[in-house]
Ligand binder design. Sequence first.
Ligand SMILES: [Zn+2]
Length: 323
Amino acid sequence: MKKYAIGVDLGGTKILAGLVNTETGEVLASVKKKTQNQGSENIMEKIIEVVEKTVIEAQIAFSEISSIGIGAAGQVDRVKKVLISAPNLNCFNLDIGQALENQFKVPVFLGNDVEVATIGEIIFGNGIGFKNIVCIFVGTGVGSGIVCDGKIYGGRTGTAGEIGHIIVDSGGRPCGCGENGCLEAYASRTAIEKKITGAIKKGHSSVISEFISDNGSTIKSKHIKRALEFNDEVVFNAITEAAEYLSSGIASVINFYNPELIILGGGLIEAVDFFYDITIKKAHAKALAIPSAGVKITRTGLKDFSGIIGAAFLEKYYARAIA
Ligand SMILES: [Zn+2]
């Protein structure tokens, strides 16, 4: 098998592509573009564009590339290579496999974004050497990948790991899934943003208003980090609340699954030490003593690249799984 592959991380807010050496996990080049609720046609055009740009930037001939792997934020049909439903991207029944194979004439592999990032972490990241792992990613939502005996565990319908929809407050805040009180309605970056903007609208002052008015954009991880450096009360309260709920969710996972390792990822986890530190401290304290003592909690080893490296490795991962 050729040693280079392209990995694409198709998330709710951005698309990131990378040309990866699948023997070493090294990323030779990467290209990023924003995505926002754009619909199937636009998304497909953007995927093709980032793949082309990545290949040019890496200065590798396309004939050297073995496959293209994609991790998409939504429900996928891994066999037909169809993105069934990605509400954040406004994409439904998008035949990514067919479109990319026609365009680039190489095999295409598709997985869910969290599952693919988890593969990245177990092959080249902080999951190396562990067999029973849960990788939890905090982003637009909260998702997790489960590793059981060294392999991704998908469950009966391939949807296992939906930690974001663990109910942490019965009858609580509405969640995008239609239920109430789900973890991601409290601990996702979307929920944290809502909490901050809600407090500002109610008249609480926060330095974050100044940071975001600079460029008129949404609240980013770096804004939250900076606001905490200013001891901003609004942001401090929002992060503390999110950590409280996230740690409850993680404690439940520790009690239920008794994993040896939990890997936490996502922009906010990577950028904001305070959020990460109190989350793991509280998770350890809330979980039962024996499983809590037996679990290591860490951040991702590959940071932003878990998804593209895992996606590029999909062809080899599936080949291994079948062998
Ligand atoms: Zn939900």
